[in-house]
Write a protein that binds this ligand. Structure first.
Ligand SMILES: [Zn+2]
Length: 214
């Protein structure tokens, strides 16, 4: 099951639970704020969170990580380039917003990695490296469930921003066109800051891909 929880810190952000219905074990993706709300839900539902997964290291996606890791003793997993963001308030934008935070990474991922639940090996997410919004952006993809957690790389009707540290418009377009648009059209895209959409719907929007693909 997938449960989307909107949280509000400095910005509103979508945090996601990806939970195996059979074992109630699962992953928590991008807990951006309101740790108490997320922890209450975890306890109420009886979920066992095995890992906190980060689509990238911006502060509005990591604001509740430290409290939740401390409460549950679970590892934080992010792309191998995430250290420069998670360890630096300027890079993760928290300093510019007046609430500097840093987060420690426990395990790093690489393009193509499969992240499996310990309790159920068949329940997994594939890491696809999608730089452009940041240099540590990944999407987390389930072919079985036809869903991808895309962070801030693409939104419903829009693309991610590329003006922040490490952002790069060419890389962003390559990631969207080559990595996201190559997924099946009926793949649901769950982003950090918009309603859900699909690959097919965003392809229809994407006049930009013709311009930028070169
Ligand atoms: Zn971001």
């Amino acid at each position: 099951m997938i449960v989307a929880i909107p949280v509000k810190g400095y910005f509103a952000e979508n945090c996601y639970f990806y939970i195996d219905d059979r074992t109630k074990h699962g992953f928590l993706i991008d807990p951006g704020a309101e740790s108490y709300k997320l922890l209450n839900l975890i306890v109420r539902k009886g979920w066992i969170i095995e890992k906190i997964l980060l689509t990238h290291g911006h502060f509005d996606h990591i604001g509740a990580v430290n409290e939740i890791r401390d409460a549950l003793s679970v590892p934080v997993v992010a792309h191998k380039n995430s250290y420069s963001y998670l360890s630096d308030g300027y890079m993760n934008l928290s300093s510019q917003c007046g609430y500097p935070i840093t987060v420690k990474v426990d395990a790093v991922t690489h393009d193509g990695d499969i992240l499996r639940l310990e309790e159920n090996n068949e329940f997994s997410l594939q890491v696809i490296y999608t730089p452009g919004h940041t240099t540590d952006s990944i999407i987390l993809y389930s072919e079985k469930d036809r869903v991808a957690f895309v962070g801030d790389t693409i939104f419903k009707g829009n693309i991610g921003s590329y003006q922040f540290p490490g952002g790069n418009p060419k890389d962003l377009m390559k990631s969207i066109v080559n990595k996201i648009f190559s997924l099946p059209d009926n793949t649901v895209l769950l982003s950090g800051h918009s309603d859900k959409t699909t690959v097919g719907a965003e392809k229809k929007n994407a006049t930009f891909s013709r311009i930028m693909i070169w």
